[in-house]
Design a protein around this ligand. Structure first.
Ligand SMILES: O=C([O-])C(=O)C[C@H](O)[C@@H](O)C(=O)[O-]
Ligand SMILES: [Mg+2]
Length: 440
């Protein structure tokens, strides 16, 4: 053991950051529907590599839209010469060196992230998250410790995820888009069939339906059909703020006892508080509590009962643990949100989820919808769970060939470098205007 440590120290002990590499990529995505529109054939992600003086490489993954990439490009050189252990400095360094383009802040919602109104702090935190994960991965490899050990150690050996169901078209309208064999899911029967495949292929026993697509009574009917097909499964419905308070109260009354929780039925914190007060339905959010400053109002008004943490939003794995501790102090539950992502993010989500004692719900993940990956051994869900590895760092290895292919795709398709679900929908419905909120 000592001999092993010594030899590792000889070659790898210097954890000073020597180089930071950024690789924007485009990953294939099916035509999944939501309140804003439809996923386009490709979604941008950013892969961050942090290389130490000792030659160790750590990896991180985050949103790859232009604004995020610009922030990352400003932040990367400022980290050279820092230690991989200095993750607490990331917010201050980012605030000093990374400007956020005003255009990115003028949008009513952050279409890339679905987390309420964008602001500079939120966008920087999303970029920081990938650097923090890459630094922890490198540090873990250098010290021969898994990332969960750097966060205080795991309290569970596997992390449960929920099957993320979407209304969807059979194929994208673009002729040259990638195809899959899922077929369309546009009614309760289609959603139940999708859930059966998720259960068969990955063992998921908890399901979330992305709503805000059809009139709420149709989506409530899909939930009831799921409850009949999977009587023991916890179920959630998430219309991403597409309903008025009145509509939310009506659906909440109808689905009380059927849903585990209702997610972001309406957009504002006062609106969420009214819905909970009037219905008693537990409400979850990844839209009205997405940074520390939004917590006091939401918790004192009892507007949310479950916060969907997301290390990409909150600035990394340590920040996720801090959020979980605050939630615990207020008796608010914690689960985990996801956007379209690959295996590096799934590894990071699993490592941090393993360390949060009161993670009371199955976490969200889009990963089963993705056919691409940038790690050599993609994760396998068993009984809806991912095993928490004890391999040093995140326990994943970058597949450089796959990364190069997906980067080539990014170079070749400048029109896909920003997620734009509205633009995707306008190809089919040129008058599409999702911002007449609330839709129902
Ligand atoms: O829980 C959520 O709100 C999400 O997962 C946001 C995502 O962007 C989802 O709506 C999607 O991918 O369409
Ligand atoms: Mg949500």
């Amino acid at each position: 053991m000592t001999g092993h440590r010594t030899s590792a120290a000889d070659t790898t002990a210097d954890t000073t950051i020597a180089d930071v590499r950024l690789t924007p990529i485009l990953i294939a995505d099916p035509p999944l529907l939501n309140v804003q529109g439809v996923h386009q054939p490709y979604v941008p992600r950013l892969i961050v590599e942090v290389e130490t003086e000792g030659g160790i490489v750590g990896v991180g993954e985050t949103l790859g839209d232009t604004t995020y990439l610009e922030i990352a490009r400003q932040l990367a050189p400022a980290l050279v010469g820092r230690r991989t252990s200095e993750t607490n400095l990331l917010p201050a360094i980012a605030a000093c060196v990374a400007d956020v383009d005003a255009g990115a802040l003028s949008s009513p919602t952050d279409t890339a992230g679905f987390r309420g109104t964008p602001n500079a702090g939120k966008l920087r935190l999303s970029v920081i998250s990938a650097f923090e994960v890459a630094m922890l991965d490198a540090l873990g490899k250098a010290t021969e410790l898994p990332v969960h050990a750097l966060l205080g150690g795991k309290v569970r050996d596997s992390v449960e995820y929920s099957g993320y169901l979407f209304y969807r078209w059979a194929e994208h309208p673009q002729d040259d888009a990638p195809r899959d064999d899922w077929g369309a899911a546009l009614d309760p029967a289609g959603i139940v069939e999708q859930a059966r495949r998720f259960h068969r292929d990955h063992g998921f026993t908890s399901f979330k339906l992305k709503g805000g697509v059809f009139p709420p009574d149709e989506e409530a009917a899909a939930i009831r059909a799921l409850a009949e097909a999977f009587p023991d499964s916890p179920l959630r419905l998430d219309p991403n703020g597409g309903w008025s308070v009145g509509t939310s109260l009506k659906v909440a009354a109808e689905l009380t006892g059927v849903l585990e929780y209702l997610e972001d039925p309406t957009t504002s914190t006062p609106g969420m508080a009214q819905v909970h007060e009037g219905s008693g339905m537990p409400l979850a959010t990844n839209m009205c509590v997405t940074r520390l400053g939004e917590i006091p109002e939401a918790f004192t008004k009892d507007a949310v009962q479950v916060v969907l943490s997301d290390h990409h939003y909150w600035g990394g794995l340590r920040a996720t643990k801090e959020l979980a501790a605050i939630c615990s102090a207020f008796g608010v539950g914690v689960s985990m949100h996801s956007n379209t992502h690959l295996g590096i993010s799934l590894a990071a989500m699993t490592q941090v989820a393993a360390t949060v004692p009161h993670l009371d719900y199955a976490c969200d993940t889009h990963r089963p919808w993705q056919t691409d990956d940038v790690i050599t051994v993609p994760h396998v869900f068993r009984e809806g769970r991912i095993e928490v590895t004890d391999t040093p760092g995140l326990g994943v290895e970058l597949d450089r060939d796959a990364l190069a292919v997906l980067h080539e795709r990014w170079l070749a398709m400048p029109g896909m470098r920003d997620r734009d679900d509205e633009a995707g929908m306008r190809l089919v419905d040129p008058r599409w205007t999702p911002h007449s909120s609330p839709r129902w």
